[in-house]
Ligand binder design. Structure first.
Ligand code: NAP
Length: 499
């Protein structure tokens, strides 16, 4: 590890167009989970007072921003796109260092976030209502979409650029002002994003950032009467509690939460293609994706061949610090996540599943300075097992064997989550049956369970998601409220003859 001169640099919150020190006087070190000696910088541990200040700044900025024409708001986003593009490698390096995914994956995430800003920059021209015929003569009836006000965005650590992007861009372009609270594990990427928003010239108070603990900062945002909506992505336990708090105030909330995503492989599938997709979906980003492949549901006849391909592929993966070249998989994000991964390996063993590869923490040499775990595969997993039911959020595949398509569909759907699912088959009819009957928000055919595109709605069914889909036009609709207008242009007092 090389000495890092920025380790002691104190970063600040971005409130009302100014970089402000936290009122608590506390900062916390942001460490690289691949190398705990690598301290990225010191980030604010903010408190209630900072959250209230950020809300007040956003509230003051709202009237002028809401009155700014949509296309003009979009141009601020377009300027941010230009600045992000010029800093892609810097963002990717920060993301890689604080979250742990490989540099290539980090760069992919940054480019995806930029595409979201790009998409929503254009949405400034397109946010539309409807005109509909009125029952009355000479009356124009139409709807307007108007902003909500101050919105709070609470985001997780696993996509520290893309998720703040897919929430901030639609909120801003539709005329809302924003307070972003990123996860405590990943304040650096969000702080760089705030710098871009500043450099892009967004008026003071339109975009605000505070870093700090979910409890003090998150609860203040959610409970403030000046916050009109909350957009949350994270775990089910926090998301559902937050949803209840918002319900008490009757405000709008979207909460995108956990996943337990299956890949079904039928006996007519291209097995090489399926194995490649499963390995990518399960071990990419160290399995720390809400859409990660965590279950493989395979027809018995081809299970031995598919398993052989998966184990061979997993054993080839090079685990290490994502900043180094040739690394395929980075670390768990922190000690707690590492412990969760290792705990689930124990649950698998104690429930009678068969460990085919992996299963250990990696501690040799430089790996001892980070939170590394081997890519792990279990076979013989049953529907009732914890490995089948619960989100691990780590590099772990649970293989379930089934007899036919109906059994496969049953296993795929037999979980509380409903985010993403995939099927590998060469039969279009079977693929469409799966598309129709799969209980998820996103279905893939002959493709990994992961991925999303700016223009396509993203989100889950069942206990994965509460509220509107994110990304795409739907993502912007969440941040608007409808107004129905009845415009009588008779120019004279209405009489019964007009009707
Ligand atoms: P988390 O622990 O639920 O945290 C998410 C955010 O909520 C963080 O900013 C956290 O702050 C904040 N928070 C914590 N307590 C809060 C409170 N009382 N009030 C308001 N905010 C609070 O989730 P995570 O561990 O960061 O992320 C992993 C989870 O996200 C996984 O379950 C994954 O499936 C899910 N996820 C879902 C999607 C999707 O689209 N469905 C996408 C990505 C991730 P602190 O960091 O300070 O605790």
């Amino acid at each position: 590890m090389t000495a890092n001169p920025s380790a002691s640099t104190k970063h600040n919150n971005y409130i009302g167009g100014e970089w402000l020190a936290p009122s608590t006087g506390n900062w916390a070190p942001n460490r690289n989970p691949a190398d705990l000696d690598d301290v990225i910088g010191q980030y604010p541990v903010s408190g209630e007072k900072d959250a209230l200040e950020a809300i007040a700044a956003a509230k003051a900025a709202f009237p002028a921003w809401a009155a700014t024409p949509g296309p003009a708001r979009g141009r601020f986003l377009a300027k941010a796109v230009e600045l992000f593009r010029a800093r892609v490698d810097d963002f990717a390096r920060m993301l890689c260092r604080e979250e742990g995914k490989t540099f290539a994956e980090s760069k992919g995430e940054v480019n995806k976030g930029i595409a979201l800003f790009e998409f929503y920059a254009g949405e400034g021209f397109r946010t539309h209502g409807k005109t509909l015929p009125s029952e009355s003569r000479q009356t124009l009836t139409f709807t307007l979409r108007q902003p909500l006000g101050v919105v709070a965005l609470v985001t997780p650590w696993n996509f520290p650029f893309a998720i703040p992007a897919w929430k901030s861009a639609p909120a801003l372009v539709t005329g809302n002002t924003v307070v972003l609270k990123p996860a405590s594990n990943t304040p650096g990427t969000a702080t760089m994003m705030a710098q871009v928003m500043h450099d892009a010239g967004f008026p003071k108070g339109v975009f605000n950032l505070i870093t700090g603990p979910g409890g003090a900062v998150g609860n203040t945002l959610v409970d403030s009467k000046d916050v009109q909506a909350v957009s949350f992505t994270g775990s089910n336990s926090i998301g559902l509690a937050l949803n209840q708090r918002c319900a008490k105030r009757g405000i709008r909330v979207t909460a995108e939460m956990g996943g337990k995503n299956p890949v079904v492989v039928l006996d007519d599938a291209d097995l090489e293609l399926a194995a490649t997709g499963i390995l990518q979906g399960a071990f990419g980003s160290t399995g720390q994706r809400c859409t990660a492949t965590s279950r493989v549901v395979v027809q018995r006849g081809i299970a031995p061949k598919l398993t052989e391909l998966l184990v061979a592929g997993a054993k080839k993966l090079k685990v290490g610090n994502g900043l180094e070249t040739g690394i395929d998989m980075g670390p768990a994000v922190d000690e707690a996540q590492l412990k969760t991964d290792l705990d689930y390996i124990q649950y698998g063993l104690s429930e009678g599943a068969k460990l085919l590869c992996g299963g250990n923490q990696l501690k040799e040499g430089a790996l001892a300075r980070g939170f590394f775990v081997e890519p792990t595969i279990f076979s013989g997993v049953k529907i009732g097992h914890r490995l089948h039911q619960e989100e691990v959020f780590g590099p772990l595949i649970a293989i379930v064997e089934v007899g036919d398509f109906e059994e496969a569909l049953h296993a795929a759907n037999a979980v509380e989550f409903g985010l993403s699912a995939s099927i590998y088959t060469r039969d279009a009819n079977t693929a469409m049956k799966f598309v129709e009957r799969s209980e998820v928000g996103m279905v893939h055919v002959n493709n990994p369970t992961v991925g999303g595109e700016a223009q396509l709605p993203f989100g889950g069914w069942k206990s994965t998601g509460v509220g509107e889909r994110e990304m795409a036009e739907e993502g912007a609709m969440f941040f608007t409220q409808l107004k129905t207008v009845f415009f009588d242009y008779t120019g004279a007092a209405r009489t019964s003859k007009n009707y």
